[in-house]
Design a protein around this ligand. Structure first.
Ligand SMILES: [Zn+2]
Length: 118
């Protein structure tokens, strides 16, 4: 993965390290404090979790195929993305994944309990 990163996908690479939780009594490395990928809050528990995202090879923002296409084709790549709502999904393989998921669901026999089994 290159310098351009998508925070939710960058943790598994070395592109965008994220800070994890440390005790409030411990000094942070940077003056501005921690820089996590994501903060999830739980109001009922008065608590926050610092969540680290994992890289996803089919990310439409920061996957290698997207970054490589942008580096090689520049604005022509962006123009194709702007003009075709499914282009990024096609390039990253998400379209193929969706088709596989849909066909898998079609084959899945769900017993909804409304039918008699006689
Ligand atoms: Zn990403």
């Amino acid at each position: 993965m290159g310098k351009a990163t998508h925070a939710a996908c960058a943790a598994a690479s070395n592109a965008a390290p994220a800070d994890g939780a440390i005790p409030p009594t411990q000094a942070t490395e940077h003056e501005i404090g921690l820089l996590p990928h994501t903060v999830r809050g739980f109001l009922t528990h008065f608590a926050n979790l610092l969540v680290t995202g994992q890289a996803y090879s089919k990310c439409t923002a920061c996957s290698a195929v997207v970054l490589d296409a942008y580096r090689q084709r520049g604005f022509d790549f962006l123009l194709q993305v702007f003009n075709s709502p499914t282009y990024l999904e096609d390039v990253t393989g998400l379209s193929e994944l969706h088709k596989g998921t849909e066909s898998g669901l079609a084959d899945w026999d769900v017993d909804d309990g409304d039918e008699d089994d006689f």
